[in-house]
Structure formats: C-alpha cells, structure tokens
Design a protein around this ligand. Structure first.
Ligand code: C2E
Ligand code: CA
Ligand code: CA
Length: 573
C-alpha cells in the first residue's frame, strides 16, 4: 500500500513538474513574439505555442486536420507555402519560406524543422512563424537608397550607369542607337541664390516628376545632383526620340512651376547635351561624360538649346582641364603680373587713379587674358588665392607710389563675388591696409551685381562695414546682366562704371545714348561718381564729357600697363 502511495505521489510530483515546465515553455514562447506549431506524426497531434493569434485568427485544435490548417494559412499568405510546410516529403530536416500576408500588412518567415525516427520516418515537426516586416523594410530601404535618388524618386547615378551599361551590351548585339541626354535648368542657380535651396529643391522635384512621366521601357530617367538630370533613350528604329523628348520638355517649360516655399511661379529654360552610341562613345561612362561636356560647354547659351557631341568638344574640354592644371601651378609659383589702367577726370584731364588688372605670364612668356582664366578660377575656387595675391601686390605697389610721388590717386581693385563673400574678406583687406599703411579712402573695390544676388542682407552689411573704414565701392559692368537703378537706392555705392558695351555704340545708337544719359543724370542725383570704361575714340570722350560723365577709362587715354609704366606716368603729373 505504502509502495502504491509512494508511486502515486511520485507520479503526481512528476506531473506537477511536467505541468510546470510546460507552463514555463509556453511563457517563454509567448514572450518571443513568434508563433510555434508542434506536430507529432505518430500521435497525429497538434499543439500551438507563442503568439499564434498575432499571425492567424483561427485556433488549432488537437483534432484539427493539417490540410485544413494549411488551407487557412495559405489563405492568409500570398506565396505558395506547401513545399516548405511539408518538407518531410522531400526528406529534408529543415526548410524555410518568406512570404507576404495577402493583405500586405506583414512579411512573415516560416521555418520548419523535422525530426526522423530510426526508420527514417518523420516523427515530429516544428513550424516557427516569425514577423520579418522590419528587416524586410530595411532591406527595401537599402535597395531604394542604392537605386533611387531621395529628392526626386528617380534612378540615381549608380543605377543609371548600370542600366545604361546593360543597354550598351544589348545595343552591340542589336546594332541599335542609344542617345544619352544630359540636362540642366538654365535658371536653377539664380533660383537657388535668390530664393534659397529649399525653393531650388522644389523646382528639381517638380521637374523630376514631369520627367518621370516620360520613362518607359526604352527611356530611363535619372537625377544625378542639383539640377542635373540624365535621360537615356534606346532607339531601335533610329526615330530621333531624343529630339521628341526635348520638344516635350520645352513644351512643359513654357508653363511655370508653382513652388509652395515662397509661393512663387517659376519659369526656366533648359540646356541639353546629347551623346550617342556608338558615334560619340562606346561605353556608358564615356557616353555620360560626353553628354555632360556638351551641356557644360553650351550652358552659357541656355534658352532651350539642344546640342550634340562632336569630337572637337572633347579636345576643348581637355584643353580646359590642362589650363586648369597649369593655373594651379601658376598660383603655386605666383606667375602673375599686375597691370594698371589709368582713369582720368573728364573735365580737368587729371589722373583720377588706376584699375589693377591681372595678367598671367605663362612659361613661354605669353600673357593670358584674365577674361580666359578668371572664369575658370571662379569655377573651382582658385579665385580666392588669386584675389589675395592681387590685393597684396596692388596695395604694396600703391604704397610705393604714394610714398614716392605723394599723388592722391585711387587704386581700383576687382573683387570676385566668391572672394567678397568669404567671411574673412574684410578682415584680410583691413590687415593689408594696416600692414602697408595705406589710406583706405584711396582704395576702391570694383564689384559686379553677381555679388549682390545671393544673401543680399549680409552683402549690404559688409558694404557698410567697408564704408565705415572709408573704403570706396564701385559697381562694375553696369548695364550688363540685370542691373537696375532701383538696386542702387539702398546700397552704399560710391562709383558706377558704365560698361564698355554702352560706350561702343553710344555714338551711333540713339537708344543707347538715351539710356546712358539718363543713367548718368540719375546716378549723379544719388550722389555717385561715374566712370565710362572702354573709351576708344575722341568722339566718345567728348560726348561723355558733354553729358557729365565724371571719369574716363579706355585705350584712348591709356592701355593697361605694367607697374614701371605707372611710375613714369606719376613722375610726369
Ligand atoms: P573689367 O573689370 O571690366 O576690366 C576692363 C577690361 O576692359 C580690361 O580687360 C581692360 O583691359 C579692358 N579695356 C579697358 N579699356 C578698353 C578699351 O578701350 N578697349 C577695349 N577693347 N578694352 C578695354 P582685361 O584686363 O582683359 O580684364 C578682363 C576682365 O577680367 C576684367 O574686366 C575683370 O572682370 C577681370 N579681371 C581682371 N583683373 C582681375 C582681378 O584682379 N580680379 C578679378 N576678380 N577679376 C579681374
Ligand atoms: Ca573692373
Ligand atoms: Ca568693367
């Protein structure tokens, strides 16, 4: 009897222990956010553990039939799960499948593990169901980032190159033409500078959205950076699809873009450069480069232009690169000279001052015009170093002349917008004036309107600081670009230089005369001095003097000359 009691107690204890460990397993499985399905082949018994209800609305009963469960599961998922769920049929010990719920709400992984008995018959099966939505989304995001551009949702550069490479391989076999179009919005820089980057981004997005509509199996559209887009056209019938696409774009650009930041209607034209396979180049990267070279060379032209790659362009481009490299070396070894062009008071004929104009002396002794290398230097920032050299050299020479001749002439220095906008510009200039002990009132900075376009307020603040020190400001090339007299009202400008293009036609052209006369009359009322530049004939001189232009600069009275010639000029005054 005792023995029996003992056995019963033992069984009870074992049972309790079993119940305890089952509870423990259930709890552990419950916290894992997975769902488990256990199936015993010998007992034909099912058991579910974990968060079954998170994945399925139906309950699995011990009596349920596995086929029935499968059909319920299959209903919920879009892909075929049968192979994975019944992997014992192929004798495998494990199998897995990823699938999306039919309603698109989740991605789920099924992991099936089978154990076999000694006769190689399946004995137990465990199906683990796991939510992989987050991981899937991350992979999708990574894939998206790898292929698409975040701003426009178009293909990015890397993916475009990949697709174009595939096309080139196909075209080799099919003898097909491919056109690669590189395009930029002509007004983008202005929009960015005047309305800010957010407005610029919005225009890019809207334009990108329009380009996306042009995409089909023979047209791929990509956004590289800023406002640079590429469109590639697979043209099996040589239909000049690129031209048709260009015309469609121009039609769209006849309308404005409405941008919410700044609530403005913006209009722009486009510049397009086209390269063609196989004529221009025979691989994707070269095709892209050639199209970009065309676009870069023609971007000055603007106004809805389309230009095709021609071999000499590559030569020009290479020459430009070479020039750029040589310019870098020239900066290192300071292969520059400063020339000075005199300016005279139109009434008294007295020397008013000189404008410093840089020259680059190449190793072969030839001089390169600043009109060639200054725009190049502005493109990649070299202008700052060049500009600093000009400031120091100009002020140093000026000091020497002043000490020697005591003649109170002005020194006019050309300042590039990039140089002017540097935070340390004013500080550097003041330090130089201090170093050479030069009176700031004899220094005049020639700036162009491009200085004023971007961040108007900080530009004006700088102008006021310069003015406080007595430094004069001259607005160069007036009449070109989008100069407007209304600009001048709020600006501390001392001098206005009327551009040579006005002087060139002022004698023959009546409307130029009217404009020039009214500019001079109005500017005088604002208290500014005037300088006419590029005066080449006595007739121009007399006329300008007659309409009260204060000062004259030009080949008629003196060409830009080296410092030694200025010495002679000063010795004679
Ligand atoms: P700019 O400031 O408008 O300078 C006047 C240009 O017109 C000079 O050309 C000058 O030689 C030329 N010029 C003056 N009078 C006459 C004339 O009667 N007839 C003709 N045909 N030309 C005349 P340059 O020296 O070749 O300079 C070209 C431009 O390069 C300058 O135009 C200026 O924008 C830029 N530049 C020159 N030196 C510097 C510099 O030190 N720094 C910066 N940032 N730019 C400079
Ligand atoms: Ca100038
Ligand atoms: Ca000028």
């Amino acid at each position: 009897m005792d023995e029996m009691h003992y056995q019963i107690d033992l069984l009870k204890a074992m049972n309790e222990k079993l119940l305890g460990s089952e509870k423990m397993f259930r709890m552990i499985c419950g916290t894992s956010s997975n769902a488990f399905l256990f199936y015993s082949f010998s007992e034909k018994r099912f058991e579910t553990l974990g968060c079954w209800e998170r994945y399925f609305e139906f309950e699995v009963k011990n009596s349920s039939d596995f086929q029935n469960i499968l059909s319920c599961v299959k209903e919920k998922y879009s892909s075929d799960l049968e192979t994975a769920l019944f992997c014992e049929r192929t004798g495998k010990t494990s199998c897995s499948a990823e699938c999306e719920m039919a309603d698109g709400s989740k991605w789920v992984e099924f992991e099936v593990t089978i154990s076999y008995d000694d006769d190689s018959k399946p004995s137990e099966k465990i199906v683990r169901v796991r939510d992989i939505t987050k991981a899937k989304k991350q992979t999708e995001d990574l894939k998206y980032m790898a292929y698409y551009d975040a701003l426009t949702g178009l293909y990015n550069r890397n993916y475009f190159v990949r697709l174009l490479s595939e096309w080139v391989r196909k075209a080799q076999v099919e003898h097909t033409k491919i056109s690669v179009m590189c395009m930029r919005l002509d007004e983008f820089r202005k929009i960015n500078d005047s309305m800010g980057m957010i407005a610029g981004d919005e225009v890019v997005q809207l334009f990108g959205l329009f380009l996306k509509e042009l995409q089909n199996e023979d047209v791929i559209v990509s956004h590289f950076y800023e406002d640079m887009f590429f469109v590639s056209v697979y043209d099996p019938f040589g239909n000049n699809t690129a031209e048709r696409i260009f015309r469609k774009i121009c039609e769209r650009l006849e309308d404005t873009f409405y941008i919410t930041s700044g609530s403005a209607e913006i209009k722009s034209t486009i510049s397009v450069g086209v390269s063609e396979y196989p004529e221009s180049a025979r691989n994707s990267l070269e095709l892209i480069n050639c199209a970009e070279i065309v676009m870069l060379q023609k971007s000055e032209k603007g106004r809805n232009s389309i230009d095709y790659f021609e071999a000499p362009m590559l030569l020009d481009f290479m020459e430009n690169i070479q020039l750029e490299n040589q310019l870098k070396e020239a900066i290192e070894s300071e292969d520059f000279e400063l020339y000075y062009q005199p300016q005279y008071d139109s009434l008294s004929n007295k020397l008013r001052g000189v404008e410093a104009l840089i020259r680059w002396r190449k190793h072969d002794g030839k001089l390169v015009s600043p009109a060639v290398f200054i725009p190049l230097a502005e493109k990649d920032g070299m202008i700052v170093q060049i500009g600093n050299w000009v400031l120091e050299e100009g002020i140093r020479s000026f000091k020497k002349w002043y000490d020697k001749y005591k003649y109170p002439m002005m020194l006019s220095l050309n300042i590039s917008a990039i140089q002017y906008k540097r935070k340390d510009f004013v500080h550097k200039l003041l330090r130089l004036l201090e170093k050479y002990q030069v009176n700031p009132e004899l220094i005049e900075l020639e700036i162009t309107e491009s200085v004023l376009i971007d961040d108007f307020e900080s530009v004006v603040e700088k102008l006021h600081t310069l003015k406080e020190y007595g430094i004069k400001i001259s607005l160069d090339d007036f009449g070109t670009g989008f100069s407007s007299l209304s600009y001048l009202k709020g600006l501390p400008i001392d001098t206005l230089k009327i551009d040579k293009s006005f002087i060139d036609t002022v004698i023959e052209d009546n409307s130029t005369r009217v404009i020039t006369e009214s500019i001079i009359a109005m500017v005088k009322k604002l208290g500014c001095e005037t300088v006419a530049e590029g005066v080449e004939t006595q007739e121009q001189f007399e006329y300008l003097k007659g309409i009260n232009c204060d000062n004259i600069q030009g080949f008629l009275l003196g060409k830009p000359m080296p410092a030694s010639e200025v010495d002679k000029l000063l010795a004679a005054v």
